[in-house]
Design a binder for this molecule. Sequence first.
Ligand code: PMV
Length: 328
Amino acid sequence: MSQSAHPIGTATAWAGINIALVKYWGKRDTARNLPAVSSLSLTLAEMGTRTTVTFDPELTTDVFELDGEPREDPRVIAMLDGIRGLRRVERHARVVSRNHVPTASGLASSASGAAALAAAAWAATGGDLAAARADRAFIELVRRGSGSAPRSLYGGLVELDRDSGGVRPVLSASAWDLRMVVARLAHAPKKISSRQGMARTAATSPFYGAWVDAHPADMVAARAAIEARDLPALGAVMERSTYRMHAAMLGADPPLRYWNGRTLDALDRVEALRAAGVGAWATMDAGPHVKVLCLAADAEAVAGALAEVADPADVTVARPGPGATLEP
Ligand code: PMV
C-alpha cells in the first residue's frame, strides 16, 4: 500500500442517539439517502455509541467488532471506504464499537453508530471534527450510513433539512432543561428495518402523500415552540408528528405496526400524567418503545408512571447531550 497523504493513527468518538420530535419517514432519493421530509431531533447524553478506529498498516482487510463480537457489516466498510476516499488514505482499519443502547430495537443505535464511526475514522486520519461538520461530502457519507445519523453530529435540538440534506444545530443541549424518558418495551430486534419500512410505506400507503404534505407545517410549529421555549406547544407538535408517521405506516400494504400492547399502556400513562397536570408528551419510532419529553422537574414522575408498564430497569431518564465528540 502507498503512503497516505495524512498522518494515520487512532481515534475514539462518542455519539449520542437522537430522538426525532418531528419525524423523518420516507426518502426522496434512495441512492443518496435524501429524506422526503425535514426533521427535528434531540440528541441524548446517556445513550449512544463509542467507537475506536485505527488505520493499521499491518491489516489486509477491515475488521469490525461490535459489543465484543466480530461482525461483518457492509455499512461499516462503505463508511470506511468513504472516509478513505475523502481523506486519501489507503490503509485498512480496525473498528471497535460499543453500543450503550439495545442494538436494532428501535432505539436508533444505527444513527449514533454511523455518527461515531464517521467521526472516529475522520479523526483517525488526522481530520478536524469541526471542519467535518461543515463538510458536505462528510455529511453525505454519514447520511448514507443512516438517514437520521447526521443529527447525532450535533448536540441538543438539531434540524435536518429535506432540500439540502444538511444539518444545523437549533438549540444547544444546555439551553433548555428538557428530559427524554425512554421506556424500552421489547428486547427483540425490530420486525422490519426503517429502510424497508419507508420503501413499503411510500410505495403502498395511501396516506404517505398526506404525511409528506402536512409535514412542513409541523416543522414551522416546532421551530416557533422552541424559540418560545413553549413545551406544551412543542409536545403537541411532537405527538401529532409521531401519530401521523405511524398512520402512514399503518396504511401500508401489508400494514406496518411497530407498536405492541405495552406501547398503548404507556401512552395511556402519559395521557393520565397530563390530565394530572404533569407536562409529558410521547413519541415512538420504528419500534414499540415510548419516549416521553418533559422538563427535568417532572422526569421522576414520568419515569415512575412508565415503570408501571415497563421493567423499571428499562426506564432511562436521558438528558440532552452534546454532538459527536472525540475522546482521549
Ligand atoms: O435513520 P433511519 O433510517 O433509521 O430512520 C429513522 C426513522 C425514525 O426513527 C422512525 C424517525 C426519525 O426521524 O428518527
